[in-house]
Ligand binder design. Structure first.
Ligand code: MG
Ligand code: ZN
Length: 221
């Protein structure tokens, strides 16, 4: 007698993600899953780093949002190839939607793919979307307690970017406490301190460039 097997949804998600990663690997494309709260500055960060990356790397962006194309338009304005992934209200990207986006891209003309996830510190961390690396973004205006309050997001990050450092003096954000919160769950991820008002993106750009010079470094969750 055949036994009926019901697969957990996350296993199906993982299978889709592995398939996407294999497709990207085949074309030598590295993917970065950018995650963080709404308003933490994910799109603003892309607006600053894409012009620095594009002279040496061919970049593309999959822009996850609930409904609008506003962020995709900002990225397209930089001359970057962008596809909007509209979740129709869902609070995270899953591997299936990202795979559909990846299949629309000319992968042979792409070195580095950013997947800007839906603004959310919680469930995006649970969904492997076929990324090679995970980037957690947290802003000074959110408070230094965020890394310790959302351990899943930060423990699984391959890099953490702190944004809006120019606002530090106007907030109660304790940088040392934030760094300690990150290290509590993640001993190794590099932490990049940035502000879109300053030119302090060199280390982050170097890390991203290095990612493209390496083999697969992250198998996803
Ligand atoms: Mg955005
Ligand atoms: Zn969600």
């Amino acid at each position: 007698m055949d036994i009926q097997v019901l697969r957990r949804l996350d296993e199906k998600n993982k299978a889709n993600a592995d398939e996407t990663r294999a497709l990207l690997d085949e074309h030598g494309v590295r993917s970065v899953n950018m995650m963080g709260s709404p308003g933490c500055g994910k799109t603003a960060l892309l607006e600053r780093i894409l012009p620095l990356l594009q002279p040496t790397l061919r970049c593309a962006v999959l822009e996850g949002d609930l409904f609008t194309t506003q962020d995709a338009e900002r990225v397209a304005a930089l001359g970057t190839r962008v596809i909007q992934l509209e979740t129709q209200g869902s609070c995270h990207l899953d591997a299936n939607l990202v795979q559909r986006g990846v299949r629309e891209l000319p992968l042979g003309e792409c070195d580095l793919l950013f997947v800007e996830n839906v603004g959310n510190l919680v469930c995006p961390a649970n969904f492997d979307v076929g990324e090679h690396a995970r980037m957690a973004v947290v802003s000074v205006t959110e408070g230094h307690d965020k890394p310790s309050k959302y351990p899943l997001m930060f423990s699984r990050a391959d890099a953490v970017v702190i944004t809006k450092l120019d606002l530090l003096e106007h907030t109660d954000f304790d940088l040392q406490a934030a760094l300690a919160g990150i290290r509590q769950y993640n001993e190794h991820a590099p932490v990049f301190q940035t502000s879109t008002r300053d030119d302090n993106f060199d280390d982050l750009v170097g890390w991203l460039t290095g990612l493209c010079g390496q083999g697969r470094r992250h198998g996803g969750a």
